[in-house]
Design a protein around this ligand. Structure first.
Ligand code: PGA
Length: 265
């Protein structure tokens, strides 16, 4: 059965108590959902991760870190290493979010180092890619996506591909100023990413989940998930209230079932 992926990046918003309350509520609200059908994940801030891993049951909501250094230890003030995240039971390393790339100088090359570090340490690497508004305007969005995906996955072995997820998050669609992509546009870009994945990994490239992110909310989530190439959603603001997020998850799951049932006909 193909799995649906839905998760949230909590960015720099919730403190420890807020994160724990939110996750406990989300877990309780979604307890009945079959995790073989839907994979839920949340990516809190660093300071909340330890407490969060004590609150969430393993298998119910996967926890991720918003960033991670590629070295195990060293003179890297302000950084967090893979073993530090392993120690607290984190399963996902989010790598190359557009805010990291745009505001903190994350480069395609450092994304690649982090992807390798994530795989070496047993994490799932959630690689975020997306073009800027200017690149879209210049007609080079596809080229940008191809470059980001190819460099991120440089020298990654096909055997590790089941621990790679990709999030397509156009920079212009993210956050308070963001304008959500047209679902058909998002689908086209997912197709571009899928093509690169299949070129790089002929056997398993088609299995990597590709999630859409950028101003997803209840009213547009169904039109994204109904697109043939969209395997999941990566959500910021709309997901930060557990009740609304639960409502969205259930609506999306129904649309997902319809889409996958049609796909099988
Ligand atoms: P948003 O954030 O849903 O608030 O636009 C998306 C993201 O940054 O992943």
């Amino acid at each position: 059965m193909k799995r649906l992926y839905i998760g949230t990046n909590l960015k720099m918003y919730k403190n420890i108590r807020e994160t724990c309350d939110y996750l406990a509520q989300l877990e309780a609200l979604t307890r009945d959902l079959d995790r073989d059908e839907v994979c839920l994940f949340a990516i809190p801030s660093y300071t909340a991760l330890h407490a969060a891993s004590g609150v969430v049951s393993r298998g119910a909501i996967m926890l991720g870190a918003q960033n991670m250094h590629w070295e195990e230890k060293g003179q890297f003030t302000g950084e967090i290493s893979p073993p530090m995240l392993q120690e607290i039971g984190i399963e996902i390393a989010e790598i190359g979010h557009s805010e990291r790339r745009q505001l903190f100088g994350e480069s395609a090359e450092t994304v690649n180092k982090k992807v390798h570090a994530a795989l070496r340490h047993g994490f799932t690497a959630l690689i975020c890619v997306g073009e800027t508004a200017r690149e879209k305007e210049l007609g080079v969005a596809d080229e940008r996506l191809r470059i980001q995906v190819k460099i991120a996955l440089h020298q990654v072995e096909e055997a590790n591909l089941d621990r790679i997820w990709v999030a397509y998050e156009p920079v212009w669609a993210i956050g308070v100023q963001g304008i959500p992509a047209e679902p058909e546009y998002a689908n086209e870009k997912h197709q571009v990413i899928r093509t690169v994945l299949k070129e790089l990994f002929p056997q398993k490239g088609r299995e990597v989940p590709i999630l859409y992110g950028g101003s997803v909310h209840l009213a547009n989530a169904l039109s994204f998930i109904s697109q043939p190439e969209v395997d999941g959603l990566f959500i910021g603001r709309f997901a930060w209230n557990a009740e609304s997020f639960n409502e969205l998850i259930r609506a999306v799951l129904l649309a997902w079932r319809t889409k996958t049932a049609i796909g099988k006909e």
